[in-house]
Design a protein around this ligand. Structure first.
Ligand code: C5P
Length: 218
């Protein structure tokens, strides 16, 4: 099979990672979760109690930080942090860290390196527009903010975490706003991306839709 690259972008909680993981499995290619990388940097800053508006300090700490992504696992300074990066605290802070140019430069370089010689499906906010502008396929996966909030609420409830639905929706709106209005590589739908609206669809329907485009163009 020839090398392929698939870019999946979209707002928080639209189902990107669930869909991407399954498409990766079906096509037998690598799934790269770029959000996990921004989350790992954020976790480091929270652990060190760094003020999230203190850019200089963040950049300084970053110089002595090791982020690695291997076989779908994320490591912070060689510690496996797959679960620690999924807390509400990290989710509510990550957009402030992801705005910083120096953070993005390091992570984008890493993402490009990972995808250089191998077939990937990569999800994030700036994959089609910035990380892999020449991707073979670009999708913009989205859903209404109410539905995204509802999904996140159910996910947290299942984990035994008590949250208010309205609060979750507001937090998602804030994160989307910061992600889509930042100066560097903001979240946006590329002209050549296909929109997949997951609001009223099952995961399997979304996967079939994505695969139909990939098969069609081969
Ligand atoms: O995908 P996920 O929701 O885990 O991403 C967490 C955050 O990381 C996003 O809200 C965004 O601030 C940042 N991010 C980004 N660029 C990417 C992926 C994630 O800025 N390519």
């Amino acid at each position: 099979m020839k090398k392929i690259s698939i870019a999946i972008d979209g707002p928080a909680g639209a189902g990107k990672s669930t869909i991407s993981k399954k498409v990766a499995k079906k096509l037998n290619i690598n799934y790269i979760d770029t959000g996990a990388m921004y989350r790992a940097v954020t976790l480091k800053m929270l652990n060190k109690k760094i003020d999230l508006s203190d850019k200089e300090n963040i950049i300084q700490v970053l110089k002595n930080t090791k982020i690695s992504y291997k076989n779908n696992h994320i490591y912070l300074d060689d510690e496996l942090v797959d679960n620690k990066i999924r807390t509400n605290e990290v989710s509510n802070s990550v957009s402030y860290i992801a705005k910083i140019k120096e953070v993005r430069d390091i992570l984008v370089e890493m993402q490009r390196r990972i995808s250089k010689n191998t077939s990937v499906i990569m999800d994030g906010r700036d994959i089609g527009s910035n990380v892999l502008p020449n991707a073979d396929y670009k999708f913009f996966v989205t859903a209404s903010v109410e539905e995204r909030g509802r999904r996140r609420y159910l996910e947290l409830k299942e984990k035994g975490i008590n949250v208010e639905l309205n609060d979750i929706i507001e937090k998602i709106k804030t994160r989307d706003k910061i992600d889509s209005t930042r100066a560097i590589a903001p979240l946006k739908k590329c002209k050549d991306a296909i929109v997949i609206d997951t609001t009223n669809k099952t995961i399997d329907e979304c996967i079939d839709e994505i695969l139909s485009y990939i098969v069609e163009r081969r």
